[in-house]
Design a protein around this ligand. Structure first.
Ligand code: ADP
Ligand code: ADP
Ligand code: ZN
Length: 214
């Protein structure tokens, strides 16, 4: 099963991807996670990507396309994957289609999670992430049992640099600029589903599962 999760920053793509991974045993492939690791490790890729990410803009297409092509070749992606945060532009979507064709593979479902800006702001300003295992939390909506500590692995929780209000607005604008074309690209092939992303994490996961099992 190959899936794409679309939606604005803070829609819950990462949260849902982790639940899908648990239930269906396919890996979450997040370009944001890959890029943040490269930034933390100060690799040449990370050094190149950092300024775009800090400003809330997109990392150039050719950079992220290269990342994804390499990642999808790894053995854990053989029986499927969840793309979280890729593609974000039509150029990325076209590159992915080309790459899939080469591998005689296709995307089974594209799920768009729709959440409005007022809710996104609340979600992103309260978002906390585990430095060690990447598990996501929210200070009010999904709090850890112990302040600042990951329930799953005991790691330290941190707030992303780009989850500040002014950067959130910039990221949301960038999303709006790209998403109409991107959604229409995927609407053409009949595997596009849009779901309302408001409600509990569990409610939304139930909607995702109904799409996957329809
Ligand atoms: P994305 O990957 O789309 O940027 P995340 O999955 O990181 O979004 O979610 C953003 C924040 O919102 C996180 O703190 C997460 O715990 C919280 N969150 C996710 N889904 C919901 C939901 N349905 N209701 C309330 N908060 C949510
Ligand atoms: P969110 O979870 O809030 O949707 P991500 O973690 O997916 O955000 O992305 C964080 C940042 O990484 C983006 O603001 C952008 O700078 C960069 N990035 C991630 N994925 C892509 C992509 N597919 N194309 C370009 N830039 C990307
Ligand atoms: Zn953890």
């Amino acid at each position: 099963m190959r899936l794409i999760l679309l939606g604005p920053p803070g829609a819950g793509k990462g949260t849902q991807a982790k639940l899908i991974t648990k239930k269906y045993n396919i890996p979450q492939v997040s370009t944001g996670d890959i890029l943040r690791k490269a930034v933390a490790d100060k690799t040449p890729l990370g050094i190149k990507a950092k300024s775009y990410m800090d400003a809330g803009g997109l990392v150039p297409d050719e950079v992220v396309i290269g990342i994804i092509e390499n990642r999808l070749k790894e053995s854990d992606c053989k029986s499927g994957y969840i793309l979280d945060g890729f593609p974000r532009t039509t150029a990325q979507a076209e590159a992915l289609s080309k790459n899939l064709k080469k591998m005689s593979a296709e995307i089974d479902h594209v799920i768009d999670i729709d959440v409005d800006y007022d809710e996104l702001i609340k979600r992103l300003t309260g978002r906390r992430t585990c430095r060690k295992c990447g598990e996501g939390f929210h200070l009010s909506f999904n709090p850890p049992k112990k302040d600042g500590i990951c329930d799953r692995c005991g790691g330290e929780l941190y707030q992303r640099d780009d989850d500040k209000e002014e950067t959130i607005y910039k990221r949301f604008k960038v999303y709006q600029e790209q998403s109409t074309q991107l959604k229409s690209y995927y609407s053409k092939n009949g595997r596009f589903h849009s779901i309302k992303g408001t409600g509990s994490i569990e409610d939304i996961f139930n909607k995702v599962v109904s799409v996957l099992e329809a």
